[in-house]
Write a protein that binds this ligand. Sequence first.
Ligand code: F0G
Length: 480
Amino acid sequence: MKVATHHLRCTECAAVIPKDEASSNFRCPQCGGLYEVVYPWSDVRRDVKPGTETDASSAPTATFADLVNLLPNPSALRWLWQERRSSTMSVDQSGVWRFRDLLPIVDDFEKVVTLREGNTPLYDLPRAARAMGLNWLLAKHQGMNPTGSFKDTGMTAALSVAAQRGFEWVACASTGNTSAAMAAYAARAGLRSIVFIPEGKIAWGKLSQSMDYGALTIQLKTDFDGCVKILADLVQRFPIYLLNSVNPYRLEGQKTPAFEIVEQLDWQVPEHIIVPGGNLANSAALGKGFTEMYQLGLIPRRPKVSIIQAEGANPLYRWFTDANRVMKPVVAETRATAIRIGNPASWRKAATVIDELGGWCEQVSEQEIGLAKAEIGAEGIGCEPASAVTLAGLKKLVALGKVTPEERAVLVLTGHTLKDSQYTIDYHRNELFTAAEKAQLSPGDQARHAALRRPPIVLEADSSVVLRTLESYMNQPQPV
Ligand code: F0G
């Protein structure tokens, strides 16, 4: 297949550079901004009529028709993407690369590094919907990826670029999921990987993964933001390919769940997408995915994208609610360790998504996260704490009237429940919250937590004892 070319464009000063001229830290040398990948069709505007000139910076004199003709038409794309799912080729079986027409970032698609990521389920959450008075609620479970988080979709993309450009070493700073994904994909490609993680502030499941997949795992005595600083310095001095989400190719893979969501809804567009916010690349990537589909006529409008942060790691929420819209980094603290980030690299990209697509930013407390996680678990789905902020945040958006009962909302669940089983065990044993946090709960919330908690029961191996215990449980109502 003929591969269309792409450029990198600074999202701050709009400087465009050829695809292989980014510096090792992926920052614009002129203004320090982050890059985005742009394609010949990226600037097609749907309000420009066929035959008239566009302002596309990568092709200033091209017409709408010229640009759109670079691609199959929307119905052909929809057909092709579905058709590839029944192919036996690994590149087709990947839920990222089956959309490769919209991410031509590698020279050879047959050599991409894939673990058959993507193609994740879209579940309904009927009990959570009912409890909030919504007609329906959906969850796109990105924790059902090969290493258990949404990071796989971005890693297959950026690591394939690294492999095809001949790098031997790759590295990332991480709160645990990026490192797990990077280690796995690097191992598949036969590359060597270095992981920088904050010591003591990472879930065991994630830490074990980077060791299992053979990465050099370095625990730094600092937080995630401190790890990012050290790595930024290191990439200037050592020939390693940086795989943090400042690498714009990560976002190309992470935009594909947007394609899947509308495909799974038979090409209908939901009204709201609710995403957790940490380093803020995922919300930016999903926004890019919806925008590209809109520009190409695959969907008639874009959903609102709302971002939810933990109260203790809420720089975007502070920006959103600040009358002057100033971004001030914070020292982050939350048990949802995946999003324990105070100085998010991609905040401007995410802010643009909120502003352009509409949507809000909310913050949620530790107790609200715990409750929402237990509710998602009780639906038989489960997720890690950082993913549960979406449900906790949605409750607030519903209460504020930002999401109405007839609207369709999709929660993006970013990580698998087994990533942080210690959190789940502590929650159910009622050992997660401090006494002060418990005292803050309203009587209604206390009852809700109590109804959801399922601590393990230790009994003598005696069937009469077991029966008596079961009988006492049978008389208790099932929580709704
Ligand atoms: N949810 C989970 C499970 C995550 O691991 C992350 C980020 C996020 C949400 C936030 O996504 O950063 O794009 O806004 N984890 C990163 C990591 C930072 O290193 O694994 P974001």
